[in-house]
Structure formats: C-alpha cells, structure tokens
Design a protein. Structure first.
Length: 517
C-alpha cells in the first residue's frame, strides 16, 4: 500500500511532502541567511557512466577512486536519510538536491530512494550496491541505484547515485547518507507520557480535534473519525474514503463544518451535525484543483493550492457549510517551475503569513476586497518554507518558521516590519532530520519533528527556544520506515483539552499528556 501511495505522490507531482518533487530551477546563492545547508560539491569521488553500461546497473558506476576499506566496519542495516546531489540532462545538467531515504534489513521490505529494493550486493569490489525500482503505469519503470563508496564516520555512507526511467538517465550524481537511530543522549520520553496509540491504515498525515472527536486524514486511507471522549481509548466511529480521490493531506474544522484538503478536488466540505459521522456536502475544486493544507481564522478559510495556479485560495465561511471564494494570493514573482506553490499559512492580526516553499516566507495584508496585498518576504538559500506560527511579544510580532528538507530547522523571525524581516534566533536538531508542523500555545511551541518525534519548546524568550519535553515516536523497525525522508511525527494539534494529538506516519494517532508544567 505505501508503495502505491508514493506512486500517487509522483502522479500528483506538486501536492505534498514527497521524495519525487521535480528538480527545481537552481537557487541563487545568498539570501537572508546561510540556509539549511550549503553546496560543498560532490560527496564522493566515484562517477557514473551509462554510455557503455545499462543505466542503474553496477557496471554503470566507476568506483576506482573509492575507499572501500572504510566500509568494513559500517553497520549497513537500518534506516538512512539521504541528501542527493544530482544533475538531470532534461534540466540543463545543473546540480540540484533532493532528500531521500533508504532501509536495509535482513527481514521485511527494503527501500532504495523510496523505491522497493530489488538488488543488494555487499562486498562487490569492496563496495556496497543497492538498487530499487517501481513500475509507474504508462510511464514505464523508474530505477534508483546507489553505490556506496566510503564511510567517513560510523553510521555514514557516501557514494554515487543514478536515477533512470526506462533505461534513460533522469539524474546522476552523489549522495550523503546518515543512519537514523534513537538518540543516545536522551530517554525515549521526558515531560510527556503516552496516553494511547491507535494504528491508522494508509499513510496518516494530519489530525484535527473538535467536538470530542479526532479527525485523521491518511493518504490512501481517507478520513478516520475517533471518539476521544476517553483519550486513553479512542473509538473509531467512521472511515470515509473515495476511490477516485485518495490524496487527503490536511484537515480543519469551523463551526459545524469539517474541511479536508484534497489533492484533486480542492476543499471537501463535511457536515458535522453528527460529529461521529461526517457527511460530505460538496467539494470546492471540482476534479482539477489540488489543495495541500487548510487553515481557518475567524470567518475565512485559507486553502494552500500548489496546482494548477500555485495560489492561496480565500473563502468566506460565515456560513461554514457554504464556502464562497472571495480572493486569491500569490507571491510576487512566483515561478511555478521552481517554487511548487504554497504549502501552509497562518493568519494573525490582519496579516497572512504564507510558506511559499522555494519562494520563501511571504507576508500579506488581509484586505476587505478578499485579495491580500504583499507586504514583504523572507527567503533563505535553498528555501523550503513549509510551516509557521505567529504571536505578539509586547511591541514585536514574532514568527516561528520551519522548512522541510535536509537540515531544515526552526527559525525565529521578527516580522514586526514585514518589509525588513530579521532572523533573531534558531533551534536545530540533527541535520539529516527535517522539522515539520508546529502549534504555538501560550509560550510553548509544540513541534512534530519527523524522526525526532514530538518536541516541546519554551519560547517565552523567543530568541532562545529551549526544549522542555519530548517524546520519540520513531522506531526503525516499524513497518514502512525508510520508504520516505518524510517519516515519523508529521501532524500535531494542541486543542486545549490537556492532551497533545500527534500523527506518526507508521504508528498512527498517538495521544500524549504533559507530565511537567
């Protein structure tokens, strides 16, 4: 099932957190800060030659400059995240980067770059060779192959990479891989305890809690409704899915309406008159609008729509079950080929804050006309601006922003003057694990940090976020681990009922409770 979901991600190329996003236009250097990572050149000295050998085969790699002796002590089994530096002949042979994953194990399904592994050779010429493939309908067969060339430190593998489609080179270059394990410097949890855990089929990605129920959306699984009146024992009351619409990526509620972000039908509106059994009313986008996430502030529904136009759609939801489109917002100079459109948004004190992926973090003024006016933006090198939360600190307005990439972390921005946004603080974890969604409640920021699990930060002094609690949701042996770089704690809500609701891509709905003030 998970492999099919990744295939759906390819089909809906602009929709979501997928290893298969198309190569972007090269990013100009510079920006407001150094970015999440810097291009330091090739990761290894091996090369790819497909002129005389089949694309993706072991023979298509030249390992003569490798250091195979370094691989002798490498613990190859486990989950790895990969930073791939590759050039594509169809995009001018310029180098671009992607974040991928790999799982190597003696049992269970193995993955190579998100594809099911079908070839694994350890010790071939002293090197490590793994390759995975996938049939993509009428497009043919996609293959990703990796040759391990060196291991400069424990748990690290570097080498060469090639991606092929029907035997034609789609990308070739080098990769840097890091093994993801439980942190050795901390216990499984601190300050948080697990109240319950409920498996969710498909690929669970988001949750919203209202009217005593948790609404979980899952790629391929649809909408799951749980009665959480007793959080220690959630009860499934309904599952809703559509065979022609399987990419439901975000969820929000307002009044008696539930809004689900659909990859093909825009915003799907459900009636919550009976909270345990939502009833679909209609969809805003017919059969051609991709909505990635949804957000409601007062009587406005904001829908991030990467395709077909790459805009934020604004709906009047004074009548929650009858949204009326009143305007759109797009970043100035937006380029669909390099930005992929908006991924999330936040409204605060008359302003709209939009994470416009490679176009950066864009701030607009909410106007009575319904069409926001851009006030400013913040863009760092190789931007992948994905999520944020905004609050007032005295005379200042502070935004907490995070990307979604190798090295992506928390940035603290002073956005009081949108035309002159200032970076005033940061909070990092392991570079090979990405931050994801966040919720600000009072002076605490609750973060779903993929492989790092749930992290709770004290942001009473915004310049210096300080971790005060955590819960590690990532376990390398869980089903589906290693298929995607975007793996682990992915969605989070703090509705104010004393519990934290998080969604983990493998473990499902996990309800937590704070054990420290």
């Amino acid at each position: 099932m998970r492999a099919l979901l990744m295939l759906a991600a390819v089909t809906l190329a602009l929709t979501a957190c997928s290893d298969d996003k198309p190569p972007p236009t090269p990013e100009p250097s510079g920006g407001s800060d150094e970015g999440d990572w810097q291009d330091t050149g090739a990761f290894a000295a091996c090369t790819v030659d497909t002129a005389s050998n089949a694309c993706g085969s072991l023979g298509s790699f030249n390992a003569s400059a490798c250091s195979p002796g370094e691989l002798a002590t490498l613990e190859l089994e486990g989950v790895y995240t990969l930073h791939v530096r590759a050039r594509n002949p169809r995009y001018g042979n310029t180098y671009n980067f992607s974040s991928q994953s790999m799982r190597l194990a003696s049992t269970g399904t193995q993955y190579a770059g998100g594809l099911t592994l079908d070839t694994r050779q350890v010790g071939a010429g002293g090197n490590v060779f793994v390759s995975g493939s996938r049939t993509e309908g009428t497009n043919g067969v996609r293959r990703r192959s990796f040759l391990g060339c060196q291991s400069p430190e424990p748990g690290r593998l570097q080498g060469c990479y090639v991606e092929c489609l029907n035997g034609r080179v789609e990308g070739e270059g080098t990769f840097d891989a890091m093994k993801v394990t439980a942190r050795v410097d901390e216990p499984e949890s601190s300050g948080l305890e697990r109240v319950s855990e409920t498996a969710v089929t498909g690929l669970p990605v988001d949750v919203y809690v209202t009217l005593g129920h948790a609404y979980v959306v899952s790629l391929g699984g649809g909408l799951f409704v749980y009665d959480v009146s007793n959080p220690s024992q959630p009860v499934l009351t309904e599952q809703i899915r559509r065979t022609n619409d399987t990419y439901w990526n975000g969820v929000w509620a307002h009044g008696n309406a539930l809004y689900v972000a659909s990859g093909v039908r825009g915003v799907i509106v459900f009636d919550l008159t009976d909270p345990a059994h939502p009833v679909e009313v209609f969809a805003t986008g017919g059969s051609r609008t991709n909505v990635h996430t949804v957000f409601v502030s007062e009587n406005t529904l904001f829908a991030a729509s990467p395709a077909p136009t790459g805009e934020v759609l604004l709906y009047d939801v004074t009548q929650p079950l009858s949204p009326e489109l009143k305007g759109t917002f797009q970043a100035a100079g937006f380029d669909a080929a390099s930005s992929y459109g908006p991924h999330d948004m936040f409204a605060f004190e008359g302003r709209l804050y939009v994470n416009f992926w490679r176009a950066g973090y864009v701030i607009g003024a909410l106007e009575p006309s319904g069409t926001p006016r851009q006030l400013g933006s913040y863009r760092y090198a190789h931007s992948t601006s994905h999520a944020s939360a905004v609050a007032r600190y005295g005379d200042r307005i502070i935004a907490f922003e995070g990307g979604e990439d190798w090295g992506a972390h928390l940035r603290v921005l002073d956005v009081t003057d949108p035309a002159s946004v200032k970076l005033i603080g940061e909070h990092r974890m392991r570079d090979y694990v990405s931050i994801h969604n966040m919720v600000l409640s009072g002076t605490k920021l609750y973060v779903a940090w993929y492989h790092e699990g749930v992290r709770v930060l004290d942001v009473s002094t915004p310049e210096s976020p300080r971790e005060v609690a955590h819960y590690n949701t990532f376990r390398p042996d869980d089903a589906g681990r290693g298929e995607s770089f975007y793996d682990g704690a992915i969605g989070i809500r703090v509705p104010g009922d004393g519990f934290i609701y998080t969604v983990d891509t493998s473990r499902g709905l996990i309800i937590l409770r704070e054990t420290t003030p």
